[in-house]
Ligand binder design. Structure first.
Ligand code: M6R
Length: 365
């Protein structure tokens, strides 16, 4: 079943051009139409005034990324909450707020309980974004849409995450059209972005040999920092989680602007700092944050794109994707952080597919 690959995670990372293209087909074949999300979607999408997304782990980071698209493309307010926190606090429910759950397995207990709690508090509508057809979350939701990642075996989520992002982007464009925020010309542009995405992911996969050369610099370090800003901050969070899960190296992610408010104290020559910084409008800000790291002797590992003018120098390593990806850039930069963690795990000899203490599907509290 592994074919030419050594691990399921490696196989699943490499399946992403296919998984993403299959998932994008929902919108490229069917159009950005409400019906992709279920029979009642047209009526519900016309009625809602805000969104709350509930999820755990990597699916929560997908939600954080989706918030940027939902707010900037569809102009709909979106809150994101960790399911295990939401379910235990007093909430103010709004029947016109759509509850979205995101889950690879569809069986995560905290997410399921958070959904039930939201419904008992007065919410009316729910949408499940899920990778497993016959699972609890879509079964218990008003609307459902399925990612087309195929079975994901590695405990560390990879292709499930990037396909969740495709669906969230498709949802943002669909809601944008319903809400009169996206005209035909813009919708065509977004479709073109989706069409180009599998090729851009393949370009990112081709960076693997370069990323593998970075692995040695992380493998014997006690911890690492991941920085990003704006829509790339959730990808920094995802990068830090992948490194923790796969290599047991302590890793933390920060929005780069927060460095000076505390974490900068951690930075010295023993702290590798990964910066996700394509040319997305915040590049100059991120560069200023990188100066703060360099000045303290921190070693920078910069993931960027061709559109930026980063050059490697002493203490600054740079890997650039071969083209600027625009609005879907978080998806492409995810590939790099997955590959980096995978190669650090190989150097450290950890169990890539079954990290210690973790289960694929978390059906306990
Ligand atoms: O099946 P789900 O998407 O609901 O799972 C949520 C988390 O348990 C999951 O994403 C976890 O964080 C992964 N191991 C991350 O790689």
């Amino acid at each position: 079943e592994l074919g030419p690959y050594s691990h399921f995670m490696q196989k699943e990372i490499n399946e992403q051009p296919r998984a993403v293209s299959d998932t994008a087909e929902i919108f490229l074949d069917g159009g950005f139409i409400a019906e992709n999300f279920g029979e009642q979607a047209a009526q519900i999408f016309a009625e809602i005034n805000s969104i709350k997304i509930l999820a755990c782990g990597t699916s929560y980071y997908a939600a954080l990324t989706g918030k940027y698209w939902l707010e900037s493309i569809a102009k709909i307010r979106c809150d994101v909450e960790i399911a295990s926190e939401y379910r235990y606090r007093e909430v103010i429910a709004d029947p016109k707020e759509l509850i979205i759950t995101i889950s690879q397995s569809g069986e995560t207990l905290d997410t399921m309980e958070a959904l039930k709690y939201a419904m008992t508090q007065g919410h009316q509508y729910s949408l499940s974004i899920c990778n497993v057809m016959e699972s609890a979350l879509p079964r218990n939701s008003t609307l459902a849409i399925f990612t087309r990642a195929g079975a994901e075996i590695g405990v560390a989520s990879t292709k499930a995450f990037t396909t969740q992002l495709v669906v969230l982007f498709g949802l943002a464009v669909t809601l944008g059209i319903v809400r009169g925020q996206v005209d035909d010309e813009r919708a065509d542009g977004y479709a073109e972005d989706l069409r180009l995405l599998p090729g851009s992911i393949q370009h990112a996969l081709n960076l693997e040999p370069q990323l593998a050369t970075w692995a040695q610099s992380f493998a014997n370090k006690p911890s690492a920092l991941f920085l990003g800003r704006g829509i790339h901050y959730p990808i920094a969070l995802e990068g830090a989680l992948k490194l923790k899960e796969l290599t047991y190296i302590h890793a933390e992610a920060y929005p780069a602007g927060e460095l000076k408010h505390g974490p900068l104290a951690l930075v010295d020559e023993n702290m590798p700092v990964v910066v996700i910084s394509p040319n997305d409008g915040l590049l100059d800000k991120v560069k200023a944050n990188m100066q703060e790291v360099s000045a303290r002797g921190g070693e920078l590992f910069v993931l960027s794109d061709l559109d930026s003018d980063f050059t490697a120098s002493d203490g600054i390593h740079v890997i650039r994707t071969p083209r600027h990806i625009g609005i879907l850039s978080p998806i492409v930069h995810t590939i790099a952080v997955q590959l980096l963690s995978y190669h650090v795990a190989l150097v450290r000899g950890t169990d890539v597919d079954k990290p210690r203490n973790l289960a694929k599907s978390v059906t306990v509290e």
